[in-house]
Design a protein around this ligand. Structure first.
Ligand code: UGB
Length: 600
């Protein structure tokens, strides 16, 4: 090949470098080498550039040439601007309503619990959380600040609790997807905390890589400067690729894992829904079960819809801005209209997914784990010939059913929203603005408020009397300061367990109840005012608690404007605007097996 554009560097290339560069030139990437300095100048930068290209080539199934040809195809489609749902008519998906705690809910929880030993948990945690603007990884942020439990610790505790409920305990595989932004800190947190009691071998950290940005419709890779590509995130759909290329999905299937549950980094509620969602997947034989919430028409949350047409049907997440026009163009001239309860027929996707391993592994093998990539170029003008800034291919984990055939079953399990989803994604001012606009704030304070709410919901399901404190606004974000109920996963993972362990209790106002340990039983316990009761029992410690407790408990202290601006105040407090101070909570800890009574 003609190598004059390489300005004499060709001679210095190894044979494998030559083959690689030839491949890139054939794929239309000659510009990457066009301005090269003569040999002797910037040789290290050239070598580093080639090695970064080669690393990217190795990471993507089909290599860089595959990435470039996928980009060209998708960019050509984007230019035409066709309707991705042409020929499809949206219908209500196949749903299971789990918004109420009734016999159906118990039934699915019981089924789900039996499935714990055949389930793995997949946590996608490669995102930086730019909307939150937190200096650090989101998994390190505490979901509550009475005991300051980081999200990762909470998730690990849920896995340990699943193991403790198996007939023959086995470690629950825990797959964590990280990125170059989150990887080192995630590993550091795991190491420093001894994997939060999990076995190191059960934790599989997979790293997603960035992909090259593309500067034109021909798939030209974009340069930041000479010898350096612009790289961008490829999206949370990378998890499918990594589970395939690492061989982990296939390996876990061989080890008897039948379901994987995919979760996000800051949704502390997700394990509330986990047992029942698993139960639904088992009983209904769903290959893909989307955990969803009721959604008000027009709400900025993707809607789950069964799309029927073109001789096929598929249940998919349709972004809210696409759903309404699709409805208007097909079955509903008024767009997305509410049902009698005020909800859309198309439940909201919260990106918690339960996937059946057998079909998943086959689909990964067929697709090499590249799940429905898409491109979203911002064109410079109507000719759509150039972009305002380089774009890239992206993929989303919820798009897996796009690869399903007629035999794969997709269903939707609808849960109470605040029970199953309350993420920490927005900084205080954005959260306050969202609240004013009538939407969920999804911030540190609202996530913490809902974390306590889930505890109250469990108590109520067990027949306790629960009277909440009034909701207040802290820096414009709603927060309910009680009762703050933390029934740790060790204590209960299902409603029936709470019923077995708690009877005749009453809790009100700004009181706090924290129970951590499998064998704690509460009978006729009363907590009111700001009273706090904390009981922790190790394995083998059986604790029976009775009586009317009274103390000053935990006091909510709002941060002053000086504290909010101070470097000495931890950022995890500043993102919520308050902290708690212990003014005399009753704390009972039992770290030796035995039988104990706490009675006042
Ligand atoms: N994530 C990764 O692991 N890698 C990435 O490259 C990107 C993200 P965001 P997003 O909860 O309401 C999702 O940024 O993508 C992880 C759904 O697509 O918090 O804007 C990241 O660490 C959307 O349909 O959310 O939107 C985090 O754990 C809706 O459900 C997770 O992916 C929306 O979430 C989500 O990333 C929502």
């Amino acid at each position: 090949m003609g190598t004059t554009f390489l300005n004499g560097n060709w001679e210095a290339f190894s044979q494998s470098d030559r083959t690689f560069v030839e491949m890139l030139v054939e794929a239309g990437q000659q510009h990457l080498f066009a301005d090269w300095d003569a040999p002797g100048t910037a040789d290290d930068a050239k070598a580093a550039f080639l090695s970064s290209l080669s690393k990217i080539d190795g990471n993507y199934p089909g290599g860089l040439s595959g990435y470039i040809s996928n980009a060209r195809k998708l960019l050509a489609e984007a230019k035409v601007g066709g309707n991705p749902f042409e020929g499809f008519v949206p219908h209500q998906p196949n749903t299971v309503d789990l918004t109420r705690f009734d016999e159906t809910y118990d039934h699915y929880e019981a089924l789900g619990q039996k499935q714990f030993s055949k389930t793995g948990i997949v946590l996608v945690a490669g995102g930086l959380g730019e909307r939150l603007g937190y200096n650090g990884i989101k998994l390190d942020i505490p979901v509550e600040v009475i005991e300051t439990t980081p999200y990762l610790k909470h998730y690990a505790a849920c896995l340990k609790a699943m193991e403790a409920r198996m007939e023959t305990p086995r470690p629950v595989p825990f797959i964590i997807m990280v990125s170059q932004d989150t990887g080192p800190k995630t590993l550091q947190t795991l190491e420093q905390n001894n994997y939060f009691g999990l076995r190191k071998e059960q934790v599989h950290v997979l790293k997603q890589e960035l992909v090259p940005a593309i500067s034109d419709n021909d798939g030209a890779l974009a340069l930041k400067e000479k010898y350096e590509l612009i790289l961008k995130p490829h999206g949370h759909g990378d998890i499918h690729m990594l589970l395939h290329t690492s061989g982990l999905a296939a390996k876990l299937e061989k080890q008897g894992i039948e379901h994987l549950m995919f979760i996000q980094d800051t949704n502390g509620q997700v394990f509330n829904a986990m047992p029942a969602a698993l139960g639904v997947s088992v009983e209904k034989g769903f290959d893909f079960n989307s955990i969803a919430v009721n959604r008000i028409p027009g709400e900025a949350v993707g809607g789950l819809a069964k799309l029927v047409g073109n001789g096929t049907e598929m249940t998919l997440n349709v972004e809210y801005n696409q759903l309404d026009p699709l409805l208007r163009a097909t079955v509903s001239p008024e767009g997305d209209v509410p049902n009698e309860q005020g909800f859309s027929l198309f439940p909201g996707n919260i990106n918690v997914l339960v996937v059946r391993m057998a079909s998943y592994v086959q689909i990964l093998a067929k697709s090499q784990g590249i799940i429905a990539e898409f491109v979203n170029p911002k064109y410079a003008d109507e000719t759509k010939t150039s972009f305002k800034k380089p774009t890239r291919l992206e993929t989303m984990m919820q798009d897996l059913p796009k690869l399903f055939g007629p035999n794969e079953k997709v269903g939707v399990s609808i849960f109470n929203r605040r029970w199953s989803f309350s993420a920490n994604k927005n900084n205080i001012s954005e959260a306050a603005a969202k609240h004013v606009a009538g939407g969920p704030p999804e911030s540190g304070a609202s996530a913490e408020s809902d974390f306590y709410l889930a505890g109250r919901m469990r108590l109520e399901a067990a027949g306790s009397s629960v009277t909440p404190a009034d909701e207040e606004l802290i820096l414009g974000v709603p927060f309910t300061n009680g009762p703050k109920v933390l029934l740790r996963p060790s204590f209960a993972l299902t409603l029936s367990e709470v019923r077995e362990k708690i009877s005749g209790c009453s809790i009100s106002g700004e009181a706090t109840l924290i129970l951590d340990g499998k064998d704690i039983v509460l009978e006729n316990v009363e907590l009111s005012g700001s009273t706090a009761l904390v009981v922790k029992a190790c394995e083998g410690a059986k604790v029976s608690v009775k009586g009317v407790f009274e103390n000053k408990g935990f006091d909510l202290v709002k941060l002053t404007s000086e504290e909010l601006a101070s470097d000495r105040v931890p950022e995890y407090l500043k993102i919520r605007g308050f902290r708690f101070e212990n003014r005399g909570a009753a704390i009972h800890e039992f770290d030796q097996p035995g039988e104990y009574v706490v009675e006042v």
